[in-house]
Design a protein. Structure first.
Length: 163
């Protein structure tokens, strides 16, 4: 009689916000769920779980990715940055301050994904046009703000040379 395979988890080493975590995860677990439930990084929000809303956006090797479309095991060997990793220990980043100053959030559900995406934009393109900001954020859905204030905030942060 062959031996029954009972082990359902695998050990992964995830580099998240500059810290390496050794975790036992099931291969089917999503990166978004592991970030939230194993690492307690609940700033990464989960809305659609289908790659549509962008709420779960994190940086993978510096590039915005939907963490609900990745298995956690796929993140091994890559650098993952969440909204927590973009937030100073004390207070807010300049981009986050711009969101606050320009009333770029209401319920805040979309905001971490927006900020992560906008931070990557401003890193690569420090002086974007309004059209470029809208294009960069086109994969992030907001049900509250009507987007204008979000665009205003990103442009204001760019104008001040801050992200
Ligand atoms: S929760 Fe990942 S794109 Fe909506
Ligand atoms: S602020 Fe509510 S979904 Fe964007």
């Amino acid at each position: 009689m062959s031996e029954v395979q009972t082990k359902t988890t695998v050990r992964v080493r995830l580099n998240v916000n500059g810290a390496v975590h050794e975790l036992d995860v099931e291969p089917r677990w999503l990166l978004s769920d592991v970030l939230r439930h194993q690492l307690g990084l609940t700033g990464t929000h989960v809305g659609c779980e289908q790659g549509v809303c962008g709420a779960c956006t994190v940086l993978v090797d510096g590039k915005p990715e939907r963490s609900c479309l990745m298995f956690a095991v796929q993140a091994e060997g890559h650098e993952v940055t969440t909204i927590e990793g973009l937030t100073p220990e004390d207070g807010l980043s300049p981009l986050q301050e711009a969101f606050q100053a320009h009333h770029a959030l209401q319920c805040g559900f979309c905001t971490p994904g927006m900020v992560v995406t906008a931070a990557a934009l401003l890193r690569d393109n420090p002086n974007p046009t309004e059209e470029e900001v809208r294009e960069a954020l086109s994969g992030n859905v907001c049900r509250c703000t009507g987007y204008q204030f979000i665009v205003d905030a990103v442009l204001a942060a760019a104008k001040e040379g801050r992200s």
